[in-house]
Design a protein around this ligand. Structure first.
Ligand SMILES: NC(=O)c1ccc[n+]([C@@H]2O[C@H](COP(=O)([O-])OP(=O)(O)OC[C@H]3O[C@@H](n4cnc5c(N)ncnc54)[C@H](O)[C@@H]3O)[C@@H](O)[C@H]2O)c1
Length: 253
């Protein structure tokens, strides 16, 4: 029986790369997304190279949707080994204009969604002998531009959720880690009809000590590693994947 990976927001962007990468590594992949067209396109692509995948249209903030998705996956694939809480949204606005509805929706998708998917998946993982959960946070959990309060708060919450769950779920052999991406270019990982060609200026690249903007596989490769047996002694941690952007000092001369 293949190991099974659940990917939220797997239709586009980093989630699309995660779904493809886990399938290439031999996992049966169950992806969910609010965008049905994008999700079904990913399933078709994975099946085209002999991989195993299923999709369900799910809003991760909706408890019943999440229950249905996890139950369907457990019934179809027989086990759950990995969950990547990737689905995320932002509603950037001037702080004084930020509405309570927008604040709640960002926290609802990013933080409540990660909690709901983790709880449901962990109940199944516990029965199948353990597993790995990776939560997508952001470098914006610890630093900000103006007007990003809802998103930053949700991502800070995800870091706290990560260490709390790592302690609670350790006895069930479930490891929980966070990955904090920096600037990852996702324009070429959208629904095929929405793909646009990215262009980055020299200044964009030079903000990064590695000399380039990130790509979705930079994140997906680490998530595959963190979910493997080789990472068995790693839990409760946050891994920054940003090409060094946040350790670079900038002095205006
Ligand atoms: N791209 C970056 O530079 C970057 C940087 C830091 C953190 N992140 C984080 O990585 C994750 C993926 O980001 P991305 O840039 O690939 O985003 P994206 O917008 O390209 O893709 C997100 C996917 O999640 C889906 N989604 C949105 N709301 C959902 C919901 N309620 N339920 C289920 N699916 C939903 C979308 O339809 C989309 O397919 C997010 O958590 C984001 O905060 C991204």
């Amino acid at each position: 029986m293949k190991k099974t990976a659940l990917i939220t927001g797997g239709g586009q962007g980093i989630g699309r790369a995660l779904a493809v990468k886990f399938a290439e590594n031999g996992y049966a992949v169950s992806l969910c997304d609010v965008d049905k067209e994008a999700g079904l396109e990913v399933v078709k692509h994975i099946r085209s190279f002999g991989g195993t995948a299923l999709f369900l249209q799910v809003d991760v903030a909706a408890e019943e949707d999440v229950r249905r998705w996890v139950k369907l996956t457990a019934n179809e694939f027989g086990r759950i080994d990995v969950l990547i809480n990737n689905a995320g949204i932002s509603r950037n606005a001037s702080f004084l204009e930020l509405t309570a509805e927008d604040f709640d929706r960002v926290i609802g998708v990013n933080l409540r969604g990660s909690f709901l998917c983790s709880r449901e998946a962990a109940r199944v993982m516990k029965e199948s002998g353990g597993g790995s959960i990776v939560n997508l946070s952001s470098t914006r959990a610890l630093m900000s531009e103006a007007g990003t309060e809802a998103y930053s708060a949700s991502k800070g919450g995800i870091l706290a959720l990560t260490h709390a769950m790592a302690v609670s779920l350790g006895p069930d052999d479930i490891r929980v880690n966070a990955v904090s991406p920096g600037w990852i270019e996702t324009r070429d990982w959208q629904l095929s009809s929405r793909v646009t060609t990215p262009h980055h200026s020299e200044q964009d690249k030079l903000q990064h000590p590695v000399g380039r903007v990130g790509i979705p596989y930079d994140i997906a490769d680490l998530c595959v590693y963190l979910s493997s047996d080789q990472a068995g002694f790693i839990t409760g941690q946050n891994f920054v994947v940003d090409g060094g952007m946040t350790i670079k000092m900038i002095y205006d001369e």
